[in-house]
Ligand binder design. Structure first.
Ligand SMILES: Cc1cc2nc3c(=O)[nH]c(=O)nc-3n(C[C@H](O)[C@H](O)[C@H](O)COP(=O)(O)OP(=O)(O)OC[C@H]3O[C@@H](n4cnc5c(N)ncnc54)[C@H](O)[C@@H]3O)c2cc1C
Length: 504
């Protein structure tokens, strides 16, 4: 392999593989470096549940390459596509269920089709800079030893801003005031659950759930997949009592479970480990030990105490604990919580944000209902300015994904998959345009970048007519699901006591 590239993307998570596809399609010679042997980052490696919405209300704000990726998963028979939640609190407006193996394969197919060169099993171990501090390449350590790859522009999609930190870019770790970071979670799946019986139990015992939703798919999908989807969070009294008595080892006082694409397999987003610095190997080691202990304890508790789990077994865990937050780069603009909440628009918009601010309790076991963490609905979708992707001081570098320049609070909104994929589309496009035209990312003409994004189908501005059509289509789909008896219609916010509960 030649070691000279136009664009090197480090990190093959949702923001990285989308960035690599965008760069490759524009004709940039692109290398994608990933420490694992597959793509997907947290969604596949940490065994996540569904993709959170690409939508604000019923308006789809993430389109372009991220939507093409969802379409590919549906075509491959491994996803439901976007499905509407009848009670959006806690999940956001839509969820897109996917098979993790198909996710990995669809991402890899699209990366290869874009002419991108993948390099797996390779860990970033250094960054090259020239005399002016411009990044000129990266070094990786792998089975072959060490290798250096030169790039006109590097995209840092490690989630942790490893490239930027190694190049000396300014950053903060976690919350500005005290460095607190969102807790980590080891995700897991239980198989051999009678999910229809579980849903029937929920229908009859709504009072045991502080939040739950029925889900209405918006398009046809493979008949081999589960056909009924729902989410529930509850059992607070049971869980709290078991924690207090010492029977259950868990740092969270409710259980959040979601259906999956596989009949009889239920996914759990229910463990919690506090004070984990995901950029410290020692912290990560402590967190893996703690989280695995919680998984073993909770899966045993589920079998013993939670209705319809008597015959279930622990089928899968993440290959690593899920890390929600680490470094935030200081860029040419720092996206603020107010920008997000008020739906602020910017001239240099390159993607849109839409998800409620979702910050898990950084200290205790309580959820939003009991005053822990933050779930804040937004007034409108907001713009993500290109300046947030450009580090304040370092050249030759574009930041992608959850570590772009933003506060702890603002990141609590755009961190879900649709948000980081939209950013990834822009990051890869910007890197390719800068590399191919020989300008630094900070000097790139933003209107050229916006035009290139729109040419690939990205939605960086609202089209009121399309938004109205999307709303009407969603209402018709819910009405049809009710008519056909596919949903009960009782899982609405009012029926749940107006509760805003969980976190994903
Ligand atoms: C527990 C948990 C639950 C979540 N639940 C949901 C949910 O329900 N819905 C939703 O939409 N979103 C959810 N999210 C959010 C979403 O998954 C993440 O914010 C998103 O994956 C971030 O994407 P990213 O590309 O920025 O980083 P990541 O997904 O972290 O990807 C980074 C990639 O870079 C690689 N990498 C990192 N460092 C190096 C290095 N030094 N060298 C080489 N490779 C490296 C990693 O292996 C990984 O592939 C959840 C996140 C977590 C942690």
């Amino acid at each position: 392999m030649s070691n000279d590239f136009d664009v090197v993307v480090v990190g093959g998570g949702p923001s990285g593989f989308i960035a690599a596809i965008a760069a490759g399609r524009l004709g940039a010679k692109t290398l994608l470096i990933e420490k694992y042997g597959f793509l997907g980052g947290m969604p596949t490696g940490a065994a996540l549940g569904p993709i959170s919405p690409f939508h604000f209300g019923d308006e789809q704000v993430i389109k372009g390459i991220p939507q093409q990726f969802v379409d590919r998963m549906v075509e491959l028979g491994g996803s439901t596509g976007h499905a509407k939640c009848t009670n959006p609190h806690g999940s956001g407006a839509y969820l897109c269920f996917y098979d993790r193996q198909v996710y990995k394969w669809a991402a890899l197919q699209m990366v290869l089709e874009a002419g991108v060169t993948p390099l797996f099993h390779s860990f970033l171990s250094g960054t090259q800079t020239d005399g002016s501090g411009r990044v000129t390449g990266v070094t990786v350590t792998n089975k072959s030893g060490q290798a250096t790859y030169r790039a006109k522009v590097v995209v840092d999609a490690t989630g942790d801003a490893d490239v930027a930190a190694s190049a000396g870019a300014k950053h903060v770790l976690g919350r500005e005031s005290d460095g607190a970071m969102q807790p980590g979670t080891m995700m897991f799946d239980m198989a051999n659950v009678d999910s229809r019986a579980l849903k029937a139990y929920m229908d009859d015992h709504l009072d045991e759930f502080e939040w739950a939703t029925e889900i209405v798919p918006m398009r046809p999908f493979s008949e081999d997949l589960e056909s009924n989807y729902f989410v529930g969070q509850g059992f607070r009294n049971l869980v709290s009592g078991a924690i207090d008595s010492g029977e259950l080892k868990l740092a969270r006082d409710t259980i959040l479970f979601l259906t999956t694409t596989h009949p009889g397999v239920i996914h759990f987003n229910s463990t919690r480990v506090h004070n984990v610095n995901g950029t410290s190997a020692e912290d990560l080691t402590r967190a893996e030990i703690e989280a695995r202990g919680q998984v073993m304890s909770l899966s045993k508790f589920l079998r013993k105490h939670i209705p319809r789990f008597e015959d279930a077994y622990l089928a899968d865990t993440g290959i690593q604990i899920g890390i929600r937050e680490t470094r935030h780069i200081l860029g040419e603009y720092v996206l603020q919580g107010e920008d997000v909440m008020e739906g602020r628009k910017f001239d240099d918009a390159i993607a849109r944000g839409y998800f409620p601010i979702d910050i898990h309790n950084v200290k205790g076991r309580e959820g939003y209902v009991k005053g822990g963490g933050d779930w804040t609905d937004l007034q409108d979708s907001y713009d993500i300015p290109y300046r947030c992707l450009v580090p304040e001081t370092v050249d030759g570098l574009v930041i992608s994904g959850r570590s772009i320049s933003a506060t702890h609070q603002a990141m609590g909104s755009f961190r879900t998959q649709g948000g980081v994929m939209g950013i990834g589309h822009a990051a890869g496009t910007a890197a390719a345009l800068a590399a191919l035209s020989g300008v630094q990312p900070r000097d790139l003409d933003v209107s050229t970048l916006q035009a290139a994004l729109e040419a690939e189908g990205a939605s960086i501005r609202r089209d009121p007519e399309v938004a109205a059509q999307e709303k009407q289509r969603a209402q018709e789909a819910v009405a049809e699901a009710l008519r056909q008896g596919r949903i009960t219609g009782k899982y609405v916010q009012e029926a749940m006591g107006g509760a805003k509960a969980p976190r994903l």
